[in-house]
Design a protein around this ligand. Structure first.
Ligand code: SF4
Length: 323
């Protein structure tokens, strides 16, 4: 396998004024120095609680948000250096699938037009034939072509969103909680569809999720995010069988990890304590306010990454000590 995407020290800060008349600008550090790479054809899951910065990381990688700092490489090229007006050609190879399919589809357009729209921009030839083949590749039929989003089910809407993204032949897809807004009965079907499409077309997925059972099922590697930083990254086996970071351990303890196809047992991520505000993150280790192992040094000094095994990185002063 070879590398398709890489981010280096990626940052996305949002300016924030304390009041209408205040001149003081503070920064919400949604993504604060994230580094990882992805091989062609692999699925890397970004996991964390709400507010951990996982969606902002995905959006910034596609330059839907302009990065505050850092580099984003796609096929070896730093895409942050491409002027936005010339970015379209690269952008079509990097698509995003959203959590709520209904809000990502224009309700006034037919399914045909929703899927055909990006193809028209690419001046694609026989649209009817192409739209039909895209619909079939996501398990829909000709009869869906002239319906509107509110005339089909949530699962079918997500299939349409996937078909629209596939039409432009992307290589990299950011899947932002693609099954969490769906009825439990169709979640496994969409996961299977995504898996089959990956096998067939060699897609690389960044899979954003808080559902650990789904993550374990679909990904090869996992990155655990907290307050805009990656706390631990490794293979699915390393993270689930041998977690080293106290935050990862807590995440895994807080939910049972059932079979993702067992719809009734799936649970949301609930952890003791509140995630601090990214407007006012803790000093030192960002996790020290909730960490049961925190020592004095944790409040003062931000830990570096320790490679505990090949490809298994942990951001903790006591990575190899805490058992
Ligand atoms: Fe806990 Fe300290 Fe490790 Fe942070 S550095 S995770 S506070 S032990």
């Amino acid at each position: 396998m070879s590398e398709l995407v890489k981010v280096e020290n990626l940052k996305k800060y949002f300016p924030f004024k304390e009041g209408i008349f205040s001149r003081k600008v503070r920064y919400l550090k949604a993504v604060d120095g994230v580094t990882f790479s992805m091989e062609k054809g692999e699925t890397l899951a970004l996991v964390g609680e709400t507010g951990s910065g996982k969606t902002t990381t995905g959006r910034t990688m596609l330059r839907l948000y302009e990065p505050t700092d850092g580099k984003i490489y796609f096929e070896g090229k730093d895409i942050t250096k491409i002027p936005l007006r010339k970015f379209k050609k690269t952008r079509v190879q990097m698509q995003m699938i959203y959590q709520d399919p209904y809000s990502s589809l224009n309700p006034r357009m037919s399914i045909f037009n929703i899927i055909a729209e990006p193809l028209r921009e690419l001046k694609y030839g026989n649209l009817e034939e192409k739209v039909l083949s895209l619909l079939e590749s996501v398990g829909l039929r000709k009869e869906h072509m002239y319906k509107y989003p509110d005339e089909i089910s949530g699962g079918q809407q997500q299939r349409v969103a996937i078909a629209r993204a596939l039409g432009v032949n992307p290589k990299f897809l950011v899947l932002d909680e693609p099954t969490s807004a769906l009825d439990v009965s169709v979640q496994a079907q969409i996961l299977n569809l995504l898996e089959n499409l990956q096998k067939e077309k060699g897609f690389t997925y960044l899979f954003i999720s808080h559902d650990l059972s789904v993550v374990r099922y679909i990904s090869q590697r996992v990155a655990i995010m907290y307050l805009g930083k990656i706390m631990e990254i490794g293979s699915v086996e390393q993270i689930f069988e041998s977690p080293q970071h106290p935050y990862t351990k807590l995440l895994l303890q807080s939910v049972p990890i059932p079979d993702p196809k067992d719809k009734k047992k799936r649970k949301k991520l609930i952890l003791p304590g509140e995630i601090p505000s990214p407007l006012n993150p803790p000093s030192g280790c960002p996790f020290h306010t909730r960490c049961p192992y925190a020592k004095e040094i944790c409040k003062e000094k931000e830990p570096e990454y320790v490679e505990v095994e090949r490809g298994h990185l942990v951001k903790c002063h006591f990575a190899e000590v805490i058992k």
